[in-house]
Ligand binder design. Structure first.
Ligand code: ATP
Ligand code: MG
Length: 394
C-alpha cells in the first residue's frame, strides 16, 4: 500500500513571487482537511512539490476523499518513495509496484523517468529503456506503447525516488484563504449553497447570513440552513452564520407596499442587512445563488433593482447556469438531498401571485417611501438581535 501522496497543483505555479504563500496555504489546508481522517499525516513542501506522508496505518479512502475536497489541488498521486539504493533495487521496486497495483497485467505502458537530481548515474532515456525491459521480462503480458499507454509509470529521481502511475483528480481552484472573504446569502434552497461552494473554490473564505421569519418559518427550516452550512464548510472551512429575524420587516413591507413588489423590496432589505454584516467583518463582497431568469426576482431588471442597494460587489456564481447544472453541482457536493427537504423558506410565505418581473427602480423607491416611519428601527432591531452560529464541517 501507499504511504504517501504526491500533490499536484497547477494554477498556483504561475503566481511568481507569491508562489510560496499559496503553497503554504495549500499545505495548511491539506493538514486541516486530514485532521478528521483516521491516521497521522505529515504534509511537507519540497522543491515545488507537496507530499503527504502517512505515519503508519491510515484510512486510504478517507484520506483521498479529504484531499479531493482541498481547493488548489489538481491531481493526487499515490506514490512510493524509496531511497536510491542502485538500479537493481529500483527495478525491483517498480515491479513490486506493478504487481500490487494491477491484478490484470494485460495493459500497455510507458516508462517516464525524470531526473531532478542530475548526478544520478543513468540518463532519463537509459532508465526508461532499462526499466521498460525489466517490466516486459517480469510481466510478458504487458506491451510498450509510447504514444497512448494505458499505464504511465513515472519514476522521478529526486532526493527520494518517486514511483507512481495513478493520478486521481483534485478539486482544482485556488487554495482557501488565498483570496479574501465574502458574505454568502444562504437560504435553504439549492442554489445558494452551490454559489458558496463555487466562490470558495477560488480561494475565498465565507461568512453567511440567513433570514428567517418565525413563526412563519420553522425551527426545522433554520436547522436545514445550518446543515447546509455544515456541508459547504467541508470545502470552505468554518462558516460564521448570522441568523437574522426578518419577520417584523417582512410584515411591515407586507402592510405598506404593493403586493406585487413584495419580493423585490424584501430582497433589497436582505441585501442591505447582509451588506451591513459583510462590512462589519471585512468581507469584500456579497454572494447569492441567483441565476438570470430563474424566477421573477431574477430577471435582469429585478437583479438591477436588487443590486442598487449594495455598494459592495455582488458575486453570483450561478448567474449563467441552468437549474440542472446547479443541481449537478449540488449533488456532487452533497447538498442536494438537504436542499430539497420540504421546509418553507421565508420567501415562499410572502410571495405574490403575480410578482413584477420588470420592476422600475423609481416605482420601487416610491413604494419604499411608505416604510420611512419604522424601517430604520426595525432594521436596527433585526441586526441587534441576530444570532451568530459558528458552523464547522460535519
Ligand atoms: P436558493 O435555491 O439559493 O434559495 P432560489 O432559486 O430559491 O435560490 P430566491 O429565493 O429568489 O432564489 O433567492 C435568490 C437568492 O437570494 C438565494 O440564492 C440566496 O442567495 C438569497 N436568499 C433568498 N432567500 C434567502 C434567505 N431566506 N436567507 C438568506 N438568503 C436568501
Ligand atoms: Mg430560495
Amino acid at each position: 500500500m501507499y504511504s504517501a501522496f504526491l500533490i499536484k497543483y497547477a494554477e498556483i505555479a504561475i503566481k511568481g513571487k507569491n508562489r510560496y504563500i499559496f503553497e503554504d496555504k495549500l499545505v495548511s489546508n491539506i493538514a486541516y482537511q486530514l485532521k478528521n481522517v483516521d491516521g497521522e499525516f505529515n504534509v511537507r513542501k519540497e522543491n515545488g512539490r507537496i507530499y503527504v506522508e502517512a505515519q503508519g496505518e491510515y484510512d486510504y479512502d478517507e484520506a483521498v476523499a479529504a484531499l479531493q475536497r482541498v481547493f488548489g489541488i489538481v491531481g493526487i498521486c499515490p506514490v512510493i518513495l524509496v531511497e536510491d539504493r542502485g538500479f537493481e533495487q529500483l527495478a525491483k521496486d517498480v515491479i513490486d509496484h506493478i504487481e500490487e497495483t494491477y491484478p490484470d497485467k494485460n495493459f500497455t505502458f510507458k516508462v517516464d523517468a525524470r531526473r531532478a537530481r542530475k548526478n544520478y548515474p543513468m540518463t532519463s532515456m537509459e532508465i526508461n529503456a532499462a526499466i521498460g525491459e525489466r517490466i516486459l521480462e517480469a510481466f510478458p503480458e504487458t506491451k510498450v506503447d509510447v504514444h497512448h499507454p494505458q499505464v504511465m509509470i513515472h519514476i522521478e529521481i529526486r532526493p527520494m525516488i518517486n514511483i507512481y502511475s495513478t493520478e486521481l483528480p483534485g478539486q482544482g481552484g485556488m487554495p482557501l484563504g488565498s483570496a479574501g472573504k465574502a458574505m454568502l446569502l444562504l437560504s435553504g434552497g439549492i442554489d445558494s449553497p452551490v454559489a458558496g461552494y463555487m466562490i470558495s473554490k477560488r480561494g475565498v473564505t465565507l461568512e453567511a447570513t440567513y433570514f428567517h421569519a418565525p413563526p412563519y418559518t420553522s425551527e426545522r427550516a433554520k436547522q436545514k440552513v445550518v446543515d447546509l452550512a455544515k456541508k459547504v464548510a467541508r470545502y470552505s472551512g468554518r462558516i460564521k452564520l448570522n441568523v437574522v429575524n426578518f419577520t417584523d420587516i417582512q410584515l411591515y413591507i407586507y402592510e405598506k407596499c404593493p403586493h406585487d413588489e413584495l419580493t423585490i423590496i424584501m430582497r433589497r432589505y436582505m441585501m442591505m442587512i447582509a451588506e451591513h454584516f459583510a462590512k462589519e467583518s471585512g468581507c469584500l463582497g456579497l454572494v447569492t445563488g441567483e441565476s438570470i431568469g430563474q424566477v421573477a426576482s431574477q430577471t435582469m431588471q429585478s437583479l438591477a433593482v436588487t443590486n442598487e442597494v449594495c455598494s459592495l460587489p455582488v458575486y453570483r456564481p450561478c448567474i449563467a447556469l441552468d437549474k440542472q447544472d446547479i443541481v449537478t453541482i449540488a449533488e456532487k457536493i452533497d447538498t442536494y438531498e438537504t436542499s430539497i427537504l420540504p421546509f418553507e423558506d421565508c420567501c415562499t410565505i410572502f410571495v405574490a401571485k403575480h410578482p413584477v418581473t420588470k420592476p422600475n427602480l423609481e416605482y420601487i423607491k416610491r413604494s419604499e417611501k411608505n416604510l420611512e416611519e419604522k424601517i430604520e428601527g426595525l432594521m436596527r432591531t433585526a441586526i441587534e438581535t441576530t444570532e451568530v452560529i459558528m458552523v464547522d464541517a460535519e
